[in-house]
Design a protein. Structure first.
Length: 318
């Protein structure tokens, strides 16, 4: 009897499972609508890969161009920055509206703009502190067997100088000029030198106010003694400030020790291996480049996650 009743209900269209097989797709037994399927990739909690990758790649490209190319091809570097900036503006000014893709493009543009600004600032800082010095030494002339009594003007284009064996730093006439940091100077002389000084060894925070000079390799003796130096270039506003205080220290040493300095003396760092010091600037610049890239990768990942979280919360409130 129960089988006959079931067949009768099926014939009259009252089968409770019929809606799942035809016409009533998406309806559950009892006429309750089944939940709609979410389209793959439409979840607001997933961050597009571009938000993580594209800004970081822009940052890496810009800071690499400034680090390795700005000295020789500044025009190309700035052109690349402008081009990438245009792409960032296109993303940033995409109409957001209520569309999730529009809001995603705007946040991508903001992240790219942030990466471009940081890349320029980091690149200029790395170039000015490390790579500019390396390239200046690479392009300048190198002089050997120079007597300290020779005119400094005859070596105005020097980058690295190796002095004659008799050359020495007269630490008894060293002076430290205090201005936040201690700016140290000491005359480079030889036995035949008069009271005129053409070359000065210089350093920061490595001497006493009078009669002591321990900058770089000045204190080494014997086989480790230095007889050369790398020229301190006057580049950038920070270096210009250093030079102002070095000149004040020279004036003080002149007055205290009855010396006469050249009008345009050459300031050098007294080191045993000038080439190694030059190479250290390149290594420091490369190390700073990797450090900046890692820091930006972390910062950009955090910002991308925050932007996705905000977009998800905004979409949920609609």
């Amino acid at each position: 009897m129960e089988d006959r009743a079931f067949l009768e209900r099926s014939r009259l269209g009252d089968d409770p499972y019929d809606g799942m097989q035809r016409g009533g797709a998406g309806r559950s037994p009892g006429g309750i609508p089944a939940p709609a399927r979410q389209k793959p990739g439409s979840s607001g909690s997933s961050t597009p890969v571009l938000h993580y990758v594209l800004p970081w790649l822009m940052f890496v490209l810009i800071i690499m161009l400034f680090t390795y190319g700005y000295h020789h091809i500044p025009g190309l570097v700035w052109s690349t920055v402008c081009l990438l900036g245009c792409f960032a503006l296109i993303f940033a000014f995409t109409p957001s509206g209520a569309d999730a893709e529009g809001r995603s493009a705007v946040s991508l543009g903001v992240l790219c703009g942030f990466a471009i600004v940081l890349g320029v600032l980091g690149g200029l800082h790395n170039y000015g502190n490390h790579m500019e010095q390396y390239w200046l030494y690479e392009e300048a002339r190198e002089y050997h067997n120079v007597l300290p009594s020779e005119p400094a003007a005859a070596h105005a284009d020097a980058g690295k100088i190796t002095f004659a064996e008799a050359a020495r730093i007269d630490t008894t006439k060293a002076v430290g000029y205090k201005a936040a940091s201690t700016y140290c100077v000491a005359p480079i002389l030889d036995p035949s030198s008069s009271n005129r000084v053409e070359f000065w060894a210089v350093g920061l925070d490595c001497c006493a106010p009078r009669g002591e000079f321990n900058c770089d390799d000045a204190a080494k003796e014997g086989a480790e003694a230095a007889h050369g130096g790398i020229v301190v270039f006057e580049t950038g506003w920070i270096a210009a400030t250093h030079f102002e205080y070095f000149r004040k220290a020279v004036k003080e040493s002149e007055a205290a020790n009855d010396l006469v300095s050249a009008t345009e003396p050459i300031f050098v760092r007294w080191v045993k291996d000038p080439a190694a010091v030059q190479a250290s600037f390149f290594a420091a610049g490369t190390g700073a480049l990797f450090g900046y890239c890692i820091l930006h990768l972390v910062a950009n990942g955090l910002l991308a996650w925050i932007s996705t979280l905000l977009r998800f919360m905004g979409a949920r409130d609609r």
